[in-house]
Design a protein around this ligand. Sequence first.
Ligand code: HGY
Ligand code: MN
Ligand code: MN
Length: 408
Amino acid sequence: MDVAAQMMERIEALGRISEEADCLSRPFASPAMRRANDLVESWMVQAGMSTKTDALGNLIGRFHGPHADSKILLLGSHLDTVRNAGKFDGPLGVVMAIACVEQIRCAKHALPFAIEVVAFADEEGARYQTAYLGSRALTGLLDEKDLALVDANGVTMAEAIKQFGGDPARLKSCRIAGENLLGYVEVHIEQGPVLEQKNLAVGVVTAIAGQTRATITFEGKAGHAGTTPMELRHDALCGAAEFILEAEQYARQHPGLVATVGQITADPNVSNVIPQRCRLTVDLRHQEDAMRERGCTDLDKFVMEIGRRRGLKAAWRMVQETASVPCSAELSVILREAARKHQPGVIDLPSGAGHDAAVMAKITPVAMLFVRCAGGVSHHPDEAVRNDDVRVALDVLTDFVLSLAARP
Ligand code: HGY
Ligand code: MN
Ligand code: MN
């Protein structure tokens, strides 16, 4: 079977592994993640790799280099998904990395380094609202206090890790020493429209936008929907609604800034009771950290102003902040040259989406190759990638590895 067809078939197979019957949803440390890890591990073994699962649940395949202490080139991406996900965001990079190792093994290329393929256990943060658990474990940046976070069912992260077969007491053992690494390279769908507009299969990523995730709470006063006059209300949901529209307006007025309120809960959430409490998430991103930080400051001020005006207790709580990360110029030059062999025009483009590479950059140089996706659609079942583009991306990644190996 053609290697691109095999990759697409594998991505389809992963796309059928979900916690929900009617949509793709594969959260961190879920039974679906266990089934996905098992399937991917079988592909790693077929490709001649030894495998291990670390204490958090990251699956790692190793294609051994000439010596036990050979430097390591890390390839990979994440296997977890958002809810109602597309099947390419994450799995494309994992399947591609395995296919690349397979190509190198079959061609009997002797590399001066080892390759490790990482299938990260959590990049999206869908279960505990803190992204990059997998790559933060690998870089030693996991905050142990996160273990006490609870999911929508009240299950702590520590408990979830244990149930998955991991060991929350040994997360430090997941750490990979940066000095042993040559770099981390991730192939990922663009999740945007640029490559399609330019009719290009692949592009080289320049930088990954910084992001802030925060939660906002408004606390007012519950009351009877029928007997409480409008002027006497302290309606938490109306305060939230005012904030949501202001955040949208603010982002429209600041080029390059994107603001998203993705999650909202209202209590007591009963149709004939004035909402007492409202909790919402806000996701703010910009290529320049200073612009994102200013956005946080301004929107935080607006939250407080809404609170004062409406007689609500208001709070803005930072959940997670990831700085904007430039990709390695050195690795990107090699990646760009490899891409030019398979695509006449190669463009560079920034990533508005976050990626594990943003965290891996803390310990090793990173590079990313974007693959065109239909309409730029992502985080949606309509995510789609062409077979031909997958073939191009694999050839580029393989040539990148061989060029890296040929460096003096
Ligand atoms: O949200 C993101 O940017 C990524 O898909 N986790
Ligand atoms: Mn994603
Ligand atoms: Mn992703």
